[in-house]
Ligand binder design. Structure first.
Ligand code: FRU
Length: 490
């Protein structure tokens, strides 16, 4: 269906209860509804927003267009959790449609201050000529969970000279007594960058200027920036658009990654850093956001999806989900991601096995399913390749493997089931030098997240297999390998 502008900018408040319940019925008939991921009740989810810990709970909002699987008038939908595992759907957090967010409450972030949670987001507006005017807006949540928008004026009303109307996604943080915002921007010369603001009170903001990186001409827009410090280093995450594929890198429609180096010099705004590294090697990952929790953990959640691609769930009037929360560490000059330990609460029946494989593909008792966690360690390989086929049947399989001669990890969704984004290829790979390979998989009805060697690489992907594709098979080609595995049903 082609959506008209009018349909995309309809407000959910103006839609009849029957229409909503019809939408929900269609959604609930979808065989690919997730079981342990945050997903929208109807419509389209995109970026995680306002990820924070406040008043004894984790809060995680997301970009939401309620009325179908397209990008339209965006709301902030609110979810919360006590343990990062079980999330309660709270309801709409920020409703767009006022003077400074008439065409969407776009992405943003949250910070606690004076016992309240301050939400800072981009108000997207369009004028009669459909020209975009972005405003940085504020809403405040109190301890009762009531959210009120600051309607009198935006906290940042103007785009400074030198930048286009692509100016959005404020991420707030605090250093000493000063609050900072990083905002994703496009320069007049159509290159992407990040700008910095400072404030003493969250209300009045001073434009400091651009963060100076070595990436002067690296895509046409940088979305969803996030700057933080971890293990005494500075990390800048952002989602650049407009990069060309390069070897194994940058094959998704848009990218998402980070640079790592010295802490940002707040006076000169110089960020000394290494290469840009993709956060995820899979097919569906974008616009992540991090927060720091009471245990001082830096935790990241991403959007398990990408803009401008059709997904098979569209037919059932919904699209996308969020990734599992991952704790970040720095190891060997790279960000490492590990599923938060609380996820162990999902583990039910446990199955274990170990074996030596020789030129074969092997099934093991109890190793089957559509929603589970699986850890498999391979060692002493004298082979061309080894790995795991999962969500498999006679016709379908998703494959994660290690190619020993190329020293590459490869995810193959050529036969995963219904196609998605096939124009961008059906395999993803990255180099990894290692003698032992550990794959840690979280498999849900229509996704997989694979943490390789304790998170030094991660592959996040949607897959759309039939419900009967349940097999798990361990294989080795042209030689032998030993493996040890454990699986928990969810
Ligand atoms: C990233 C993004 C953001 C924007 C939001 C709108 O996916 O385009 O830059 O704020 O989505 O939904």
């Amino acid at each position: 269906m082609d959506w008209t502008r009018e349909q995309r900018y309809r407000k959910i408040e103006e839609v009849s209860p029957e229409e909503i319940s019809n939408l929900k019925n269609k959604v609930n008939l979808c065989p690919w509804r997730q079981t342990f991921h945050i997903q929208p009740e109807t419509g389209l989810l995109n970026d995680p927003n306002g990820f924070s810990y406040y008043n004894g709970e984790y809060h995680l909002f997301y970009q939401w267009f309620p009325l179908g699987p397209v990008h339209g008038l965006k709301y902030w939908y609110h979810t919360k959790s006590k343990n990062l595992v079980h999330w309660e759907n709270v309801g709409i957090g920020i409703t767009p449609g006022d003077e400074f967010d008439s065409h969407g409450a776009y992405s943003g972030s949250a910070i606690e201050h004076n016992d309240k949670l301050y939400l800072i987001y981009t108000g997207n507006t369009r004028d009669e000529q459909w020209i975009r005017h972005p405003y940085q807006c504020m809403a405040i949540m109190n301890q009762q969970g009531e959210i009120s928008k600051k309607l009198d004026k935006p906290i940042i009303a103007d785009v400074p000279a030198g930048y286009t109307d692509h100016y959005r996604d404020p991420k707030v943080s605090k250093s000493g007594d000063t609050f900072y915002l990083v905002i994703g921007a496009q320069r007049d010369n159509k290159t992407g960058c990040v700008v910095l603001y400072s404030s003493a009170d969250l209300m009045t903001w001073e434009f400091e200027g651009e963060i100076k990186t070595k990436l002067d001409s690296f895509g046409y827009m940088w979305e969803c920036p996030d700057y933080f410090e971890l293990q005494d280093q500075g990390v800048l995450i952002f989602s650049p658009q407009g990069l060309e594929p390069e070897g194994d890198k940058f094959h998704n429609i848009y990218q998402s990654g980070y640079v790592l180096g010295a802490k940002l010099d707040l006076q000169s705004r110089v960020l000394q850093h290494g290469d840009f590294i993709e956060l995820d090697r899979g097919f569906d990952f974008y616009a992540p956001q991090t927060m720091i929790d009471p245990e001082e953990r830096r935790i990241l959640v991403g959007w398990m999806g990408l803009p401008d691609i059709e997904y098979p769930t569209d037919r059932n009037e919904w699209a996308h989900c969020l990734t599992l929360p991952r704790q970040l560490f720095i190891r060997d000059g790279k960000l490492v991601q590990q599923p938060v330990k609380e996820l162990q609460a999902l583990r039910k029946y446990k199955y274990e096995a170990e074996a030596a494989l020789f030129n074969e593909t092997k099934m093991v008792d109890g190793f089957k399913g559509t929603t589970y966690e699986l850890i498999c360690e391979f060692e002493q390989a004298d082979a061309a390749a080894f790995g795991i086929e999962f969500r498999a049947s006679n016709e379908e399989k998703t494959v994660i493997k290690y190619d020993v001669s190329q020293k590459k990890v490869i995810l193959d969704r050529t036969l995963s089931g219904e196609e998605v984004g096939a124009a961008y290829g059906t395999t993803r790979s990255c180099s990894l030098e290692a003698d032992r390979i550990k794959f840690h998989l979280f498999v849900d009805s229509s996704s997989v997240e694979i943490f390789v060697n304790d998170g030094i690489e991660v592959f996040t992907s949607r897959i759309f297999p039939s419900q009967d594709s349940k097999d798990i098979r361990f294989f080795v080609t042209e030689g032998s390998v030993n493996f040890k595995t454990v699986k928990w049903d969810y």
